[in-house]
Write a protein that binds this ligand. Sequence first.
Ligand code: CA
Length: 446
Amino acid sequence: MSRTIKRTVGLLLLPFAVAACVADDATSTGLDETGGSTLPSITTAATAATESTTDEPTSDSSAEQSAENDAASPATTTGTTTTTAPLDSLLGLNAELLADGFDQPVHVAAVPGTDHLVVVEREGMVKSVDLITGEVSEQPFLDLTDPATLLSSSIEQGLLGLAFDPTFEATGRFYAYWTNAEGDTVLGRFVTAGPPSPLPPADPTSMEILLTIDQPAERHNAGHLEFGPDGLLYVAVGDGGSGGEPAQDTTNPLGTILRLDVSATEAGYALPDGNPFNSEIWVYGLRNPWRFAIDPAEQLVYIGDVGQDSFEEINVVGLDGAGTDFGWREMEGDRCFRSSCTTAGRTIPVLQVEHEQGCSVTGGRVYRGSAIPEFTGHYFFGDWCKSFVRSFRLDGDPETGSVVDQLDHGDDLADVGQVTSFGTDHNGELLTVNWAGQLHRIIPRR
Ligand SMILES: [Ca+2]
């Protein structure tokens, strides 16, 4: 199937690109007075270093402190047997500049079966980066800049997401998410113009529109695409920026993550078994889930949901969590957003960042690379306007577990700047792109 979803839309009420950077509870419709934040405070690199002096081997690094706290860290001493990881002590992290000069990059991804990355520019160009030579290709991998195809006049519009099909190496298929000339959301499929390696560009005649979703306003378009280990395509759709009402309407794809089966070789897609509302919707109650990440190792999905008045949210749900309601716009974070609301049955974030500290979360990735085993299983995320990179580990399951090992990487990763998106290279190492046009890889400092 393929289809166009048109909706009657409300008035433009809350056209915020991002939530206000300063919390203003007065503008919220009634915060729960008893609901103070229950989250532990963030440990900065400097704080961690100070704290670590109370323990025996003196550590001068936040990362090392974190590793000491992590039962899964690789250096372990038990009884008479000592096992030591063949790595020097981790002193911290660094940002390695891989390429520069991109125009408002919003996504980076490894191209399967090649030595290339692709960097997605918001205004419609996808460029490839040769990791052997470091060169950015002259010829774009994909060019959607034709105004008849793509509208990018608002900061939250344009080409917003891209994902490679699990069969990409054989079929050259990939998917993109953009706002079309009318400002509506489009999910499209493309095929490369030849065998995927080394890396031919997309065949511009291959474009197949799978889904069009009416957008009531310019804002909150989300746009992340990712395949799960189940082979299904997950698609983040914001609430449309018209006040958020659609996010609680389970017949409306706005404010949701969709789940599609695109595996058929013929045109279109199918609804997978287990979608809860006999539609594309998988989970709902989201405001602007700009970036999410699927962690196959734990079968979890980490969703960075950009907040409204008070909090930036990291929500975590199992891949078996079809039908989960993340609360917006009845709730913001762990409390009512409306003057009264029902919290029962709604899932609150595992972590929320108050607006004194953050104002537009950039959902990140769970680290599964090999260069920094001290951070295996830790989730890294950022904030677009506060320019931080933080990490934590979820100890236990999303419902009953706790957030531990919170770190602010501070000066270590200051160079990554205003992160618009995190990605991973072919080895699972973390990548970032920023608003200034840079592509970095996060590397250990030993
Ligand atoms: Ca929420």
